[in-house]
Design a protein around this ligand. Structure first.
Ligand code: HEM
Length: 457
């Protein structure tokens, strides 16, 4: 009987706590939804029934229908602020960056070294590291990496060619940046497995995050880290190779985030671009014509300068990133009480802010027929019509993506080589309409994107 009362008391306490928490936005007169105990507004994504990006887009659409500029949400009992107005989003990311310079992601340099990477670290530490790492992604450095990127992409084409010759459809969701050969020849290769594992969030991972956030001392006591132990050990092992200037743990954490941030993002973007080009013949031919014309000028050799002249592929990548932003939402945390401009409301210190990139990119107030793939939106003639702050596939402001140039060059090389070497159309193995993965953070289709590929000549 004693234990019955104890358990009953705990349940009543937890329920009352959540119930009380769910009054927060109402009391502030911030528009909100109808949270459900214990999931808040995120039941379907938490139960892996819906992709998180799509859920946030659904809420964003609800907000736009009611002409809200922002909405208050709950993740379990945690309060999250969702700005909708692009002007407010721009303020958060750029103008008022000093209120939102961090992401509020847990990291622990001592007990969980892999978690202390550029994406998660906060404050002056982030500022120093960002300043140190930025030159590695300058145009000159990217130009210097062109040959190796081209070699990797070429290797990928040979492998795609091998599959195509065998008459099998090709799953184009491939990453060719890092250790491509290894990954493609052996899909179970450790790098690929570790990358996928780090990007997949199981229900267990979610519960782990709740423990880490709410009871950090317990997490330390039981050695619970953000990433599974095998992933951490794998990347530490990679970085014990001789010749690294940072400490092993620092280098491992940065290598890990560059691999992770560039792995799924760039490969899904290239895949979505090829998917759209496989069903939009007109754009594919236009891109091909441009490639031939530029290559003729460069005596048939693909160089960095030739790539930079291929403007139409930039336009295709831009439209792909609009329609399918790999990071459909991204995060900031408020570091000091923020008065929301032109209102008497505040975002409190410590509150998470979710930036609804996917919602903005598919908002028909800013994009005519947003579900249609139309690269012309980004043409010289039209690009000035894009409303400021409504296109943010790489984020914005000082904490935007550090790998933009790297990603675009990588994706453009892959696209050019694919278009030059293969004819392709959609394989019936691709399930339409596309459904997005519910387990990961990245917008990615369930079941892959399959093409029927025929080598040209
Ligand atoms: C199509 C490819 C990519 C997309 C769409 C993408 C998108 C993003 C977005 C949305 C953010 C958050 C921005 C913000 O909070 O304002 C981000 C951050 C970041 N990305 Fe990327 N990314 C891509 C490729 C890459 C690549 C190739 C690398 C590295 C080689 C990379 C490294 C990073 C890092 C380290 C951060 C954190 C930056 C910081 O906090 O200072 N990304 N990315």
């Amino acid at each position: 009987m004693f234990w019955f009362y104890v358990i009953f008391g705990v349940v009543v306490f937890i329920y009352s706590y959540f119930h009380y928490s769910y009054m927060y936005w109402l009391e502030l007169r911030v528009p909100s939804l109808s949270p459900e105990f214990p999931f808040g507004d995120m039941k379907d994504p938490i139960l892996r029934r819906q992709c998180m990006g799509e859920k946030i887009k659904e809420i964003y659409d609800f907000g736009t229908k009611h002409w809200y500029n922002y909405i208050g949400l709950y993740f379990f009992s945690r309060k999250v602020f969702l700005p909708i107005d692009p002007e407010l989003i721009k303020n958060i990311l750029v103008k008022d960056f000093n209120y939102f310079s961090d992401r509020g992601i847990h990291y622990d340099e001592k007990y969980d070294p892999l978690s202390a990477h550029l994406f998660s670290i906060a404050g002056p530490k982030w500022k120093n590291l960002r300043a140190k790492l930025t030159p590695a992604y300058s145009p000159v450095k990217i130009k210097g990496m062109f040959d190796i990127m081209y070699k990797c992409a070429h290797e990928m084409m040979l492998l795609v060619g091998e599959i195509a010759m065998s008459g099998r459809p090709v799953d184009i969701k491939v990453s060719f940046g890092f250790q491509l050969k290894l990954m493609m020849r052996d899909p179970d290769a450790e790098f690929r497995k570790m990358g996928k594992r780090a990007f997949t969030q199981t229900v267990g991972d979610l519960l782990k995050m709740v423990v880490i956030r709410s009871f950090p001392f317990l997490a330390r006591l039981f050695g619970i880290g953000v990433f599974p132990k095998d992933v951490t050990e794998f990347f530490r092992r990679v970085e014990t190779e001789p010749g690294t200037a940072l400490t092993i743990d620092e280098a491992a954490a940065q290598a890990f985030i560059f691999f992770l941030a560039g792995f799924e993002t760039t490969s899904t973007t290239t895949s979505f671009a090829l998917f759209e080009l496989s069903i939009n013949f007109m754009y594919r031919e236009k891109a091909r014509k441009e490639i031939s014309a530029v290559l003729e000028k460069y005596n048939g050799t693909m160089t960095y300068d030739a790539l930079m002249e291929m403007k139409y592929r930039t336009v295709i990548m831009s439209e792909t990133l609009r329609k399918y932003p790999p990071a459909p939402v991204f995060l900031r945390v408020c570091t000091k009480r923020y008065p929301i401009p032109d209102t008497d409301a505040y975002i409190e210190k410590g509150q998470s802010v979710l930036i609804p990139c996917y919602g903005l990119h598919r908002d028909d107030r800013y994009w005519h027929e947003p579900d249609i793939f139309d690269p012309e939106r980004f043409s010289e003639k039209n690009k000035d019509k894009i409303v400021d702050g409504t296109y943010i596939p790489f984020g914005a402001g000082p904490r935007n993506c550090i790998g933009i140039r790297f990603a675009l060059v990588q994706a453009k090389i892959a696209l050019a080589l694919f278009l030059m070497n293969f004819d392709f159309d959609l394989s019936p193995r691709t399930k339409l309409p596309l459904k997005m993965e519910t387990k990961g953070i990245i917008l990615s289709p369930i079941g892959g994107l399959w093409l029927r590929v025929n080598p040209i000549d």
